[in-house]
Write a protein of this length. Structure first.
Length: 156
């Protein structure tokens, strides 16, 4: 029986209930979403538009408090890997850029980038932000990069 008066006991009860029924709650949520996807998305969009400032404030605060969760979601969405997999790649490279071999500073935003083949989506490694910009400007073309090498090797 659920305790009514003691707030902590009530919270503990609901935590335990939630964990004991997690699978069925998840299945019900997925079923409900699948059957009402358009309606639920429309409601969420309407709420977000009607409460722009509140939603933006909430997102900023969530990003500030949970940077690892946000980074994990971003990596999953854009590259199909988890934060743990990203960390493993970084560790295998010993914190060095896969392109130039220089040390990367994880504390500096934009100092590193997850390099991937835009055609296949295959991840090549983690490289400096500047190295990534260079590849992007060359459109990942070995011909353009070879012309740049030839240009730099010109005498005079």
């Amino acid at each position: 029986m659920m305790p009514l008066k003691d707030r902590e006991a009530r919270l503990a009860y609901w935590r335990e209930y939630y964990l004991d029924h997690l699978e069925e709650k998840t299945a019900y949520g997925k079923m409900r979403y699948a059957g009402n996807r358009e309606v639920l998305l429309a409601k969420a969009k309407a709420y977000a538009e009607a409460n722009r400032e509140q939603v933006a404030k909430y997102k900023r605060e969530y990003h500030r408090l949970h940077p690892e969760v946000v980074r994990d979601w971003d990596l999953r969405k854009h590259y199909g890997i988890t934060l743990v997999q990203f960390e493993n790649i970084f560790a295998m490279q010993h914190g060095l850029c896969a392109l130039c071999g220089g040390l990367m500073d994880r504390t500096v935003r934009g100092d590193y980038a997850l390099d991937h083949d835009h055609k296949t989506g295959r991840i090549r490694g983690i490289i400096h932000g500047k190295c990534n910009i260079m590849l992007g400007c060359a459109e990942d073309s070995t011909e353009i990069l070879q012309k740049a090498i030839d240009y730099l090797d010109m005498e005079g």
